[in-house]
Design a protein around this ligand. Structure first.
Ligand code: ASP
Length: 324
């Protein structure tokens, strides 16, 4: 009897402590883990978003880059972090492709995380080094087919959006080429600008200013409609290339077991950030769209993640690309 009452008061104290800390959350900086190198598209989105989420949270959101090829170390790190809301993950469609691409993935996107919400949708662009001679997609395809043994394609490793796009592009044009993996398309872009690699497919968040500045060549957009920030760039589809349509989305995750009050607070701050005029303007300049308010929710992210796993899994299996 006595033991039971001590146990129950201990339990009550624990519940109270958990509840009290969840109510006070956050009392210090929140770390947003980016699974890719600085300067790339996921990093860019995290910096705009992190700054805006800091206001409703009343604390600074610090961007923490934990880069690796394929972006697989960031989710593992966040999975193993304390589930207290101070370490969260930003990630893209890679959360839906890596479970099929990797035979031994050390996290399960469907069971190891709490979902905070969706962030944005963003198309990709096929871009090439500044000295690429082709002036349009037709000439570019002829060039890479004629030089397929030496042409190099940069990506951020197996599981990256740039990998997915490259895989679809290769299959759409029926030509394989040598891929060069980086820990993010930020460093890949530096090599593209320097001409060390020939081409890549990257999100407009990363390529828009380089395209506008005439620093790189662009041969098409992977969305079915043109992007208002790059109105002169045609889609791949309208130039007759089908099968390489791909749209990237980002979501926010917390380690499994993060208290619901904290997840809700983060989701609420995400919605406030996405409605911030500065975020809307910065996203528009980068060719990306924040999701509607009702999609910046745990339920919407959970549903899209599941749907995207189901969508990409057969495509990847058909392509037969796997990593260990
Ligand atoms: N998200 C990019 C990709 O998947 C990489 C990056 O953010 O640097 O290609």
């Amino acid at each position: 009897m006595k033991r039971i009452s001590i146990l129950s008061s201990l339990l009550a104290a624990a519940v109270f402590a958990g509840g009290a800390s969840a109510q006070q959350y956050p009392t210090r900086n929140v770390s947003m883990v980016v699974p890719y190198a600085a300067g790339g598209p996921t990093d860019t989105v995290s910096r705009v978003l992190g700054q805006a989420m800091g206001k409703p949270l009343g604390q600074t959101v610090i961007v923490e880059n934990r880069p690796s090829a394929g972006g697989i170390l960031g989710p593992e790190y966040v999975k193993n972090a304390k589930p207290d809301g101070y370490t969260i993950l930003i990630h893209h469609v890679g959360m839906a492709t890596t479970p099929t691409l990797y035979r031994q993935l050390r996290y399960n996107p469907l069971t190891d995380f709490e979902y905070i919400g969706l962030i944005n949708e963003v198309p990709m662009t096929i871009v090439a080094k500044p000295t690429m001679p082709a002036k349009d997609l037709k000439e570019f395809l002829a060039y890479i087919k004629a030089n397929k043994d030496k042409v190099t394609y940069a990506n951020a490793g197996i599981g990256a959006a740039s990998h997915l796009c490259g895989m679809l592009f290769m299959s759409a044009i029926g030509t394989d080429f040598l891929t060069v993996p980086y820990k993010g398309t930020g460093p890949a872009m530096n090599d593209l600008l320097g001409g060390q690699v020939d081409f890549m497919c990257d999100q407009t968040t990363s390529t828009t200013s380089q395209i506008k500045g005439g620093k790189i060549k662009v041969y098409g957009i992977t969305s079915t409609k043109r992007v208002s920030s790059l109105p002169d760039v045609p889609t791949l589809q309208e130039q007759g290339l089908k099968g390489a349509e791909v749209g990237i989305w980002h979501g926010l995750y917390a380690p499994k077991g993060t208290p619901k009050e904290i997840v809700d607070r983060l989701a609420q701050s995400l919605r406030v950030a996405l409605a911030d005029a500065k975020v809307i303007e910065q996203f528009a300049e980068l060719g990306t769209t924040p999701v509607a308010e009702d999609r910046a929710t745990p339920e919407a992210l959970a549903a899209l993640l599941k749907a995207e796993i189901d969508k990409w899994s057969p495509v990847i299996k058909k392509a037969g690309v796997y990593a260990d």
